[in-house]
Design a protein around this ligand. Structure first.
Ligand SMILES: Cc1ncc(COP(=O)(O)O)c(C=O)c1O
Length: 363
């Protein structure tokens, strides 16, 4: 007899269901508040959205009936010029998320180890599980700094093929300490630096330009955060020269839509405007950090990103998140190892911070 349970690969049958955050429209229905009243500070999106020139270019897209360029030549060339690096090392994806999965599909034989340093971005372990990797953890210290000794021990013990490190890290916004990346590059492992939030960190923090010279460094970037294109799904990675031919073999041919690549190209052409908005968000983050410190039941962590993680002390963090949601303010709530009773607040415009602080005073 036909048995669907026998159809699904066993490791997927055993996986817990993924819990995505709820989309805007569903939240608006659930909270009984119009979308315009929602202040969405739960997914580190950019409150400014795409630049007007990007919206204009999208409205005028000429060839949406034609498949996109499988090699994303125009976007890779624009990225190469903007970042001053060879296009041959660049691959574009439907968000950095796609490239995390692509890398794992490239290197993982079932049971191979990968190294994860939680608390961190959930997709590393998620995609590791899907690809049948053995996800080994070298947890961060209580202040979220990397435990380099634990990382080195785990590399010796499990010989993981790669290590994922978000820099700045999500959910706390910390940067790796000086010297850590240099040290990792001397070890027998592929280091994947996820720089999704690097535009909000001090200038000079990126290691993108190192990639063409480093056989074991990958750097991932995205247009979701600094360019406000999260809904269009576009990111890129710089990969070592030796990996590129194999990545090209396994990439889905039409992974980046014409809308996404046009939006990304126009964003790069107008990058000076995005940089101004980025600096505004950093200023807002600094202001909000000090104002959050005034609540004696909140402990905000210093961040180099477009969000602030807070420990909620002596109060129920889930109840706090729910009360804020009732006021139309959405923040991310965490309750997992290393992140008990925490909320993460994305940086919005000044008026969003004002509304948040007013609501925090109310609860
Ligand atoms: C560390 C990190 N990397 C990657 C992503 C996803 O980027 P993208 O939207 O380009 O898939 C996120 C999104 O929250 C993130 O926090």
């Amino acid at each position: 007899m036909y048995d669907p349970a026998k159809l699904v690969r066993s490791h997927i049958l055993d996986m817990p269901a993924y819990e995505p955050i709820l989309p805007f429209e569903v939240l608006s229905q659930q909270l009984n508040l119009p979308i315009e009243r929602l202040i969405k500070l739960d997914a580190n999106e950019n409150p400014y959205g795409p630049l007007p020139e990007v919206r204009q270019a999208l409205a005028e897209l000429p060839f949406t009936h034609i498949y996109p360029d499988p090699e994303s030549r125009a976007l890779r060339q624009a990225l190469a010029e903007y970042h001053g690096m060879p296009p041959e090392n660049l691959l574009v994806g439907a968000g950095a998320d796609e490239l995390i999965d692509l890398l794992l599909r490239l290197v993982i034989e079932p049971g191979d180890a990968i190294l994860n340093c939680p608390p961190t971005f959930g997709m590393y372990a998620f995609d590791g599980d899907i690809n049948r990797a053995r996800v080994v953890a070298a947890p961060r210290r209580a202040d979220f700094s990397l435990d380099l000794e634990a990382v080195e021990r785990a590399i010796q013990q499990y010989q993981p093929k790669l290590i994922f490190l978000a820099n700045p890290n999500n959910p706390d916004g910390s940067l790796l300490a000086p010297g850590v990346i240099e040290r990792l590059l001397t070890l027998p492992i592929l280091a994947v630096l996820d720089e999704a939030y690097i535009e909000f960190a001090p200038p000079g923090s990126s290691r993108l330009s190192w990639v063409p010279q480093c056989p074991n460094l990958v750097v991932l970037r995205t247009f979701s955060k600094w360019a406000g294109l999260a809904g269009l799904r576009v990111g890129f990675g710089a990969f070592p020269t030796d990996l590129m031919p194999h990545l090209w073999k396994i990439k889905q041919p039409y992974n980046v839509s014409v809308a996404a690549s046009t939006a990304a190209i126009v964003s790069l052409q107008k990058a000076d405007q995005l940089e101004v908005l980025g600096r505004q968000l950093v200023e807002e983050r600094k202001k909000l950090f000090h104002r959050l410190q005034e609540f004696d039941w909140l402990q905000p962590y210093p961040s180099h990103s477009n969000f602030i993680l807070c420990r909620v002390v002596g109060r129920d963090a889930y109840a706090l998140k729910s009360r804020l949601a009732q006021a139309g303010i959405l923040v991310r709530y965490f309750n997992k190892p290393g992140l008990q009773d925490h909320i993460r607040i994305s940086i919005g415009k000044a008026e969003h911070s004002d509304a948040l602080l007013a609501a925090l005073k109310e609860v």
